[in-house]
Ligand binder design. Structure first.
Ligand SMILES: [Zn+2]
Length: 171
């Protein structure tokens, strides 16, 4: 299955949020079935995760927890998900290394997404944003210098908003 989503390539936590999007026919959800789950795991190099219902449910609750942490400053669910794993730090011949340790395999992909959210927030606080277009539900990680990015894509949503303002002025 080809990834049907309009916006890909964001960091893992944001990419999980972007499994929901608005199409011309209404809201869509890549994680609605196991085909979509398989597709999402493949594009994110998470082939260690088994594409089954348990993994899918772990990801659905994590997607909700990430959205609530970003949009509502509600962290309880996210912290519960983070309890499913930890980072094990070891010294190897190649130097210090970090390994995710998630005993219940159905939580591996979900835990990695939750862990990624923490990294993004540590790196650039306040830079996970929802697209400013009122009909768009996509998120993006704003890596611009001034942090003034407003659209998931200037071509798709920025110009759409500009055109709407233009026609509003004319009428
Ligand atoms: Zn958008």
């Amino acid at each position: 299955m080809r990834d049907p989503r309009p916006h890909v390539g964001e960091p893992l936590a944001v990419d999980l949020l972007n499994t929901r999007w608005m199409s011309a026919d209404g809201p869509r959800d890549l994680l609605i079935d196991l085909d979509g789950l398989r597709c999402w795991l493949t594009v994110n190099d998470l082939s260690d995760s088994v594409p089954d219902e348990r993994t899918r449910h772990a990801l659905l609750s994590t997607r909700d927890a990430i959205r609530r942490a970003v949009c509502e400053d509600a962290f309880e669910e996210l912290n519960r998900i983070l309890d499913h794993g930890r980072i094990r730090r070891v010294l190897t011949a190649a130097g210090p290394a970090e390994h995710p340790d998630v005993p219940r395999s159905e939580w591996l992909a979900a835990w990695l997404a939750a862990d990624n959210l923490l990294r993004l927030l540590a790196e650039r606080p306040g830079r996970i944003k929802q697209c400013a277009h009122p009909q768009c539900v996509l998120f993006f990680y704003d890596t611009s210098k001034n942090g003034t990015r407003r659209w998931h894509s200037m071509a798709a949503c920025g110009n759409r908003a500009k055109a709407a303002r233009h026609y509003a002025r004319k009428s």
